[in-house]
Write a protein that binds this ligand. Structure first.
Ligand SMILES: [Zn+2]
Length: 312
């Protein structure tokens, strides 16, 4: 019998040695003590599980095998390290496998329980054959491919609300008509060369709550509803918040809560199995970032408890 009044749980790679041991990456936006606070805040809401590593074969189903081989063996150039955003170490590979494994485990949960959660994930700047923007493996593309190949989903929506365009995801899924990629981002932010998603909504710098939520309502909702998805990946980026070191939008914590609430209530009400990944967040105020992350969990638990899904 669970100690929680709901059947949901979250997966995390953050307790692995690749995150807790050894030197931190050069750009450490979320100090370790705050990672601990995030984990304990999550643990007060739902059981927290360590997922197994992603099997390499699933990465090879979407990434170039030669790219994976070189990165596994550390045959990485300086310019590739610059594109990634930090230097190669074995931990880079371990984090990619751990985080993508957690997204896959969450996706299995979504099939069985309606909702699956990875406390990290959303490495949407990884391309089939190159790493960019802290992204070595594209966890969502890997799990989407697994769903399609296994016949568990036929029309997948990737709703990417991270402040940065999901360029790797758009590129990797461009030729896949069974997946609709939607990216709502700050137009002038990284990546400066955008890829074409199924739907791109590029917002001006400084966009606040009202204009952001309006864009979701008028530009995104009609397109995603018409697509009639049977599975949702939700990238709940917290880097849309005002005060983010890498973002150019200006949402308040309440605005992000309203966003998460609307998206997740829509999905739960529609009976849409949903994998939530956290994606980016680099706020100058770590406590605000943690509160918003936990707010995403609350929105998901609330929505999917109100509209429980049938077991397949
Ligand atoms: Zn981002």
């Amino acid at each position: 019998m669970s100690a929680f009044p709901h059947p949901f749980r979250a997966f995390t790679a953050f307790r692995r040695a690749a995150y807790t041991a050894g030197p931190a990456p050069r750009r450490q936006f979320l100090p370790r003590e705050f990672l601990e606070l995030l984990l304990s805040g999550a643990q007060a809401r739902l059981p927290l599980c360590d997922a197994p590593d992603l099997p390499w074969a699933l990465a090879e189903a979407v990434h170039d095998p030669e790219y994976l081989r070189r990165w596994r063996q550390g045959e990485v150039t300086r310019s590739e390290e610059r594109a990634l955003g930090f230097a190669w170490t074995p931990a880079v590979v371990q984090r990619g496998l751990g985080s993508s494994g957690a997204t896959l485990a969450a996706t299995r949960d979504a099939l069985q329980r309606g909702l699956g959660i990875n406390l990290g994930g959303g490495t949407h700047h990884a391309f089939a054959d190159r790493a960019e923007g802290f992204s070595f493996l594209n966890d969502v593309v890997i799990s989407a491919r697994w769903l399609l190949d296994a016949g568990y989903a036929r029309r997948i929506l990737v709703l990417d609300l991270d402040v940065h365009q999901g360029n790797g995801t758009a590129s990797m899924l461009r030729a896949e008509p069974r997946v609709l990629t939607v990216s709502v981002h700050a137009q002038s932010n990284y990546p400066f060369r955008k890829e074409r998603s199924g739907l791109d909504v590029g917002l001006p710098d400084g966009t606040g709550d009202q204009a952001y939520l309006q864009a979701l309502e008028t530009q995104v909702a009609p397109v995603v509803t018409a697509f009639r998805p049977d599975f949702l990946f939700y990238l709940a980026g917290a880097d849309v918040l005002a005060g983010d070191q890498l973002g150019r939008l200006a949402l308040s914590p309440e605005g992000v809560r309203a966003r998460d609430h609307r998206v997740l209530l829509w999905a739960a009400r529609a009976g849409l199995p949903t994998t939530v990944v956290m994606a980016g967040g680099y706020n100058r105020d770590p406590q605000t970032l943690i509160d918003v992350r936990l707010g995403t969990l609350d929105a998901a638990l609330n929505a999917f408890s109100r509209f429980p899904q049938c077991q397949p």
